[in-house]
Design a protein. Structure first.
Length: 286
């Protein structure tokens, strides 16, 4: 358990793991959120660490006593059994072994990065888009997600010229990031369809899905201006979402896509959220 928790929080930083008779001390000297607000640190270290302990071994816990975001020179977390007293290294008995540098290879670092970032975003969005202010919050986030998606598209273009293959690669990365299972099929003539099963946002509110669609659409429109993309969210009787990518604009499809037209009316504040959700449900049932 301790190596897993240690590597998770050290995937872009530096950490040391000291193994004692009755527990393990994890010291972090650099991490991705060390210069951020304490709330982000608590979200990643406390909640994620405690959740990992609960899943791996319910009889264990991780206790944090030092935080760089609160002025300490390093962060300190103690992994131990719940019935063991103490929250400092000198209370864990004899020192058995020290791992000075928790190594994370490139593949593992990428996997950890994707999981932390996507789950962190999910927690943020579901917390932020709650209550009476969710409509105005959603309206505020739409242009931000579109802008971030376009910036990601510009970064993709820096790696090489525009190509359909690059857009397909982007879709596959999207599927890997969001779905438990994903598959892509089709051809250049009829378009490519990405099927995402068990999406991370399956149980999220429709406005959160719209934000993620806005992000991906912004990325594709910038990295592949000639391509068009269409979304079909999973229905209640199916947990599989579809994303269709075509290499050339399909004017008739764009003009006759009622879901897209409905979404744009909602984004422009022409209809209420209640009306949007009601009409969207009707369209998805057809």
């Amino acid at each position: 358990m301790a190596p897993f928790c240690g590597i998770c929080l050290a995937w872009r930083g530096k950490a040391k793991m000291s193994i004692y008779e009755r527990g393990v001390a994890l010291e972090y000297f650099s991490c991705p959120v060390s210069h951020g607000p304490p709330e982000i640190c608590i979200l990643l270290s406390h909640y994620c660490g405690e959740g990992a302990c609960e899943e791996i071994d319910p009889g264990c816990e991780i206790v944090y006593s030092k935080h760089m975001t609160q002025g300490d020179p390093f962060c300190l977390g103690i992994c131990k059994r719940k019935d063991e007293p103490g929250a400092e290294p000198d209370q864990l008995g004899k020192l058995l072994r020290v791992v000075d540098d928790l190594e994370v290879d490139e593949k593992e670092r990428d996997a950890l990065s994707i999981n932390f970032e996507t789950w962190g975003l999910k927690i943020f969005l579901e917390s932020f888009l709650q209550g009476d202010h969710q409509k105005s919050a959603h309206r505020l986030l739409v242009p931000i997600f579109e802008s971030v998606g376009k910036e990601a598209g510009r970064r993709i273009l820096k790696e090489g010229p525009e190509s359909l293959e690059r857009s397909i690669s982007t879709l596959l990365t999207w599927g890997e990031m969001l779905g438990q299972n994903f598959d892509i099929s089709g051809d250049k003539k009829d378009g490519y369809k990405l099927m995402v099963k068990g999406c991370l946002y399956y149980d999220s509110a429709p406005n959160i899905c719209d934000l993620m669609e806005t992000f991906l659409a912004g990325m594709i429109s910038t990295s592949s201006p000639q391509a068009t993309i269409r979304f079909e969210k999973c229905k209640k009787d199916c947990d599989c979402c579809e994303i269709v990518l075509r290499s050339q604009p399909m004017t008739s499809d764009m003009e006759n896509d009622p879901l897209k037209a409905l979404k744009m009316r909602f984004v422009k504040d022409e209809i209420s959220e209640e009306e949007y959700l009601r009409k969207r449900a009707i369209l998805l049932e057809k």
